[in-house]
Design a protein around this ligand. Sequence first.
Ligand code: ADE
Ligand code: ZN
Length: 339
Amino acid sequence: MKSFIAELPKAELHLHIEGTFEPELMFKLAERNGITLPYGDIETLRTAYNFSKLQDFLDIYYQGMDVLRTEQDFFDLTWAYLTKVYKQSVRHVEIFFDPQGHLIRDISFETALNGIYFALKTGKQELGISFEIIICFLRHLDEENAFQTLEMALPHKDKIIGVGLDSSEKNNPPSKFAGVFKKAREEGFRIVAHAGEEGPPEYIYEALDILKVHRIDHGNAAMLDPALIERLVKEQIPLTVCPLSNTRLCVIDDMKNHPLPRMLDAGIMATINSDDPAYFGGYLNENYEAVSEILGNSPALLAQLARNSFDASFLENSRRKLLISEVDNYLRKHLSKET
Ligand code: ADE
Ligand code: ZN
């Protein structure tokens, strides 16, 4: 199954670019920027990646991103991600970044955006990977701060397709951001939100009814509510599921108990994503590999997940169709070799 997954064309729809910061690059950029990390070496840093809940991870994730200071840093970070996933048959990426995580450190909106954007543009030209950028509001901050961040995004509508919501979910419901998402919708942005990762099904309802999301990021808690499952199926609201993230953050106790097979059985449009691959032990292919067994090592189901990734994307229709037909042809060739 590993080789089937390796060459399966696929899209990544839930990826925090700051979560791709590998320790090797972190130490290199820290040295370039004259920063001393609170860890003696790469191995010591890696041993800190032992999380029992989302907040444990977020504390280390925000500490890690403090090393990112210049446009070149954001370019190098994004370029390292692209060259890695190019080798994983990733054809399209929709990348999150956290402007407020940088603004709070006096790094301008444009420093981060331009570094990320120019790397993605280079990736499109040189590696053929199409892309979109989504900014996320940090939900542990207040709505006013999100409004200020949205204002900064307005002159960059040509580079930013959407607005999302991330960070500490518990006690920070989507309804806290009703006003700023209304404005974002009026400005023409696509809407996504993390919901039901650690939070309850009610937060998924709020994301749907108040924020009016196109996709739910994670959405695991939906499986606790049959009426919500039915609605997600009926409206074909995609879930961007992140298997390795779920086990590393103890959202799921064991991959064997991951709800993905039940989601697919129910008819939910689930996709596979890596979330913060440098922290959770794997990029996109490793996430597909992690769920392969619980899907019965079925090439047809893995191909369905890849097809869903393009279906659920914000791609324009002609490229979406082209990439879905690549998946179909790839599966057909594989199955004909088997018989
Ligand atoms: N920011 C980066 N990764 C996140 C996650 N898995 N949940 C919420 N916020 C995040
Ligand atoms: Zn996430």
